[in-house]
Write a protein that binds this ligand. Sequence first.
Ligand SMILES: C[S@@+](CC[C@H](N)C(=O)[O-])C[C@H]1O[C@@H](n2cnc3c(N)ncnc32)[C@H](O)[C@@H]1O
Length: 451
Amino acid sequence: MKPKRNSVVEVRIEGLGPNGRGLARADGLTFEVDDALPGDRVQARVRRVRGGAAEARTVAVLEPGLRRIPAVCEHFGTCGGCLWQGVSYEDQVRLKMGMVRDALGRLGIAFPFEDATAAAEPFFYRNKMEFSFGQQGDEVVLGLHVRGKFDRVFDLRRCHLQSEASNRVVDAIRAFARSAGLRVYDLRSHRGLLRFVTVREGKGTGEVMVNLVTSEEPFPERAGVVEAVLRAAPEVVTVIHTVNRRKAQVATGDEMTVLHGEGFIRERLAEFTFRVSPTSFFQTNPRQAERLYDLVAEYADLLRGERALDLYCGTGAIAMFLARQAGSVLGVESSEEAVRDALRNCAENRVEGCGFAPGDAGPVLRQLRRQGERFDVAAVDPPRAGMHPGALQALIELAPLRIVYVSCNPEALAADASRLLAAGYRAERARLVDLFPQTAHCETVVKLVKR
Ligand SMILES: C[S@@+](CC[C@H](N)C(=O)[O-])C[C@H]1O[C@@H](n2cnc3c(N)ncnc32)[C@H](O)[C@@H]1O
């Protein structure tokens, strides 16, 4: 008999699903179980049953498959981030390797995997955090979302993902808001001022940016906030005020005012310096991003004079790393703002040989083919969903000799790799680069070579 919602079942976890949830089979159903790891025998409360699938949440681990360790963070369990703090970092990396191998294996794909590039620093690695305001009675709350609750925020005392400076910024803004009697934006009435605080940090430069996002209500106290922030965190070099007039709860907005400094920070990766503005994309773990880009260049194995494509190039980081060896690199990217940043990054770092084609990957690739362009290597770093089928077909027709595919989604990687293998490429090398310690997110680089 199928279990009902809210009933408690006992299951053995066999593996991990795409989002890091434990997978189990019982009563003719496939269960996805929160807070459970391979080998665990757990009691779990059923949250949903649909067709042959069920979702459940662990209420007790009866027999752990993996040794648990005490979490370092006092907010573990309440916070929606860092769900893997309860297992050792070595085990986290092993679990991710398993997730990627399983996703590929489900489509019958096997890459020769090298040892993972684990993070040297599994805490305090992030260069960007977004904190939300909430209200508890009359009290302003500033922190992160309670796990699974988009409308509840808890007061953050210390986060282990960004840095001590970021914790001090949060404390200072919360204390100021309380003493000045500022009101938090209310999701239902759409009244109130305070919405988000984003802290960005150049790990290689030590520069910190604070972006305070509010509604359009008057904000005469904003100079006071800047003062409080600078007093608490001298690392802050720029403070920005963003007004978000829309109802959507997003930490971006319609109008930006620089209250202090230049309005951007700098980040250093290898010999390159990047300008990071409040809205520009940048990998969130810069130390590991540097190793990721070095690996992409190693896999690309470019000879002087060879031509490379950096597909989905963002602000041009991979193109710049490839340009160390390549004759020329062409970046393709749909965001015009990112292309502008890429051009400026190349100019400011005196990188030669990089060009950028703004536009949607599929049409741009078809245009390149019509022009008779040829590429020795294509580095491909698509968004989470993977490549659009039309873009993948266009890449296959462009026929680069080697493809280095960077993926943050093992399922999408498996689907795209399967098409590339069917189109005459072979699986040459693969490696996990851990960009997101304490979480189930996997970043993988694979190399495919034309047969
Ligand atoms: C994962 S990011 C890659 C970032 C870059 N490689 C880096 O490490 O900085 C994916 C990029 O693809 C771009 N993008 C999304 N859809 C696209 C499309 N259809 N065509 C071209 N670029 C696209 C996004 O704007 C984003 O910059």
